[in-house]
Design a protein. Structure first.
Length: 189
């Protein structure tokens, strides 16, 4: 059943990505990128990477979508037709995709108990965590203690992005109020 869910999520990701490339409405592209991030977060949950899924949902679907919508409020609504041939970008994407696939050929199979991460790092964390940290949940202990600086950095990124969204929204509101005042003054003169 898990394999079926993964295949459905991957299919939905591909359909969303192709739709985002084909659509000309920038608003639709922003919405599709948010959907893509949410689908990615769901896929990461099915792969038992809940912490990464949370970050993807918060930053990818949440903050990035709000920032792009704010940017869209300041720009045009429709994409202008391209003046260059799409063959060069297609070639770059195909070469990059082939290089990434080639780079994964020597990786261990998913869930392989003989993978290096399972033989070297995981047993150390499982053995040391109860004595060093005293937290029964190993994932929480790793994120809050062993990888504390990394988690602090992720939190700082989310906080900074949130502040940026608030500043962007307040600037838009001020700009609209100024435009409304200018119109009112222009109409009275």
């Amino acid at each position: 059943m898990e394999t079926f869910i993964n295949i459905v999520l991957f299919t939905m990701l591909v359909v969303t990505a192709v739709s985002a490339v084909r659509v000309r409405s920038l608003f639709a592209i922003v919405m599709l990128s948010g959907v893509f991030s949410l689908l990615s977060a769901l896929l990461l949950v099915t792969l038992d990477a809940v912490d990464v899924a949370f970050t993807e949902a918060a930053v990818g679907a949440g903050i990035s979508t709000v920032l792009m919508l704010g940017t869209l409020a300041l720009t045009a609504r429709e994409e202008e037709p391209g003046k260059h041939s799409p063959l060069v970008p297609l070639f770059v994407v195909l070469v990059t995709g082939a290089a990434l696939m080639y780079g994964t050929l020597d990786m261990p199979n998913f869930g392989d108990p003989a993978a290096p991460a399972q033989l070297h790092v995981a047993p150390e964390y499982l053995a040391r965590t109860p004595h060093e940290i005293g937290v029964p949940n190993v994932v929480t202990a790793i994120l809050a203690s062993y990888r504390g600086y990394d988690t602090l950095g992720e939190t700082a990124v989310v906080f900074t992005a949130g502040i940026g969204v608030l500043l962007l929204i307040s600037g838009l509101r001020r700009r609209r109020e100024d435009d409304d005042e200018d119109r009112d003054e222009g109409g009275q003169a």
